[in-house]
Design a protein around this ligand. Structure first.
Ligand code: UDP
Length: 374
């Protein structure tokens, strides 16, 4: 990759978890096309956990330039190793800026390493707040934003939040959502694609993803969600399509829980298969940050199995509804979830909504980086 005429230093990007491989795809490509030199650091946040998908290859992103192997004995040990490893890469390549995505421990490690080295920090997906301090992601978002010099937001709500927190106006850059860029670019491929083990019947399909420890590490909640999905299938004659996350698989094994009758588990999907499944879904049940948005991007209504969401726009436009997991402990709560899934209304189109940047987020980030880092 060539550096632009006015920049000899690369941009160092930190990724380490599934959603970050996906989020980085459109900007990495845009930077490449604009001739920026890039250095991609894969923190190894998750050891090979059976997800078995090479998202970077699937999304056309070059192999990482550095791959770390942090300790996995505790979150602190892992964070310390990721921080140390990223610091070494910063020392080695002397980047013009460090780019971090989202809200994982890799995001925070990248932010701290940039801060310690005095390198400008760009945070993509800044300003999101769920308000739920029990989620590690909420702390990662807040701490990363505090350290960032360029805070790229997905929309007006996140920008307003940063203003409330006293972030200087010139550091807030509203660009839209790089995940919408990636989803739109994949749309025509996904229309042609049939995900693995997709049901052959024409009936309704509930696409379900669950992986948050707050849900799957609580047997009553996990079994309640599985029961409700099974009940939905019985009532509608539909099929539950549930690509089971490795953490959820382990939790099910530990608790002796099985899939509802007739449910299909193709295992964790690649990005394109996941989007194709969402495109074909009648309704989506998820606790994922990314999937709740992508359901809307692909035109499916979603029920979010969480008390709060950082993506408040989805609730405001009627694309998703929250369902408090604690309700799954009672039969009446499970019935309420089934009713919510059956009655989920059609979603308004994302196109023309003015939300999430209409597929141009990466180009806007690129322009801002060219102004500030050259
Ligand atoms: N995803 C995927 N295959 C799957 C499940 C999810 O490719 O089997 C993608 C999904 O489309 C989204 C991202 O992974 O882009 C979300 O990641 P995850 O749910 O692990 O994390 P979160 O968004 O909750 O941080």
């Amino acid at each position: 990759m060539n550096a632009p005429a006015n920049s000899t230093q690369p941009l160092l990007t930190v990724v380490g978890a599934r959603p970050q491989f996906i989020k980085s795809a459109s900007l990495t490509r845009a930077l490449d096309e604009a001739g920026w030199s890039q250095w991609l650091v894969h923190t190894g946040q998750h050891p090979d956990d059976g997800m078995g998908k090479d998202f970077l290859t699937e999304l056309g992103v070059a192999d990482p330039d550095a791959r770390l192997h942090p300790a996995q004995s505790s979150r602190s040990a892992r964070l310390a190793d990721m921080l140390g490893g990223i610091a070494q890469e910063i020392e080695r390549v002397q980047p013009a800026a460090v780019i971090v995505y989202g809200d994982t421990d890799s995001t925070l490690a990248g932010a701290l390493a940039a801060h310690h080295a005095g390198v400008p920090l760009a945070h993509i997906e800044a300003g999101l707040r769920s308000g739920d301090r029990s989620m590690p992601e909420e702390h990662n978002r807040i701490m990363t934003d505090q350290l960032s010099d360029m805070l790229f937001t997905t929309g007006a709500g996140a920008s307003a939040q940063l203003r409330l927190e006293g972030v200087p106006e010139e550091n807030i850059i509203e660009v839209g959502d790089v995940m919408l860029d990636v989803a739109l670019a994949a749309h025509s491929i996904c229309r042609e694609r049939i995900p693995p083990e997709w049901p052959s019947s024409e009936g309704p399909v509930l696409v379900m993803t669950l992986h948050r420890p707050g849900n799957v590490d609580h047997p009553e909640l996990l079994s309640g969600a599985l029961d409700a999905a099974g009940q939905w299938a019985k009532e509608t004659g539909g099929v539950v399509y549930f690509p089971v996350h490795p953490r959820t698989q382990k939790a099910m094994l530990r608790c002796g829980l099985t899939l509802p009758e007739g449910a299909l588990n193709p295992g964790p999907l690649g990005y394109l298969d996941m989007q194709a499944a969402l495109l074909r879904a009648t309704v989506v049940l998820t606790d994922s940050g990314g999937v709740q948005k992508e359901a809307w991007f692909q035109g499916a209504p979603a029920v979010i199995l969480r008390d709060t969401t950082e993506w408040k726009e989805l609730i405001e436009v009627g694309a998703s509804r929250l369902f408090e997991p604690v309700k799954l402990k009672s039969g009446s709560g499970r019935d309420a979830l089934v009713k919510g899934l059956v009655e989920a209304p059609a979603v308004p189109p994302i196109a023309g909504s003015g939300l999430f940047g209409e597929g141009k987020a990466a180009q806007r980030v690129l322009q801002a980086l060219e102004q500030r880092c050259c």
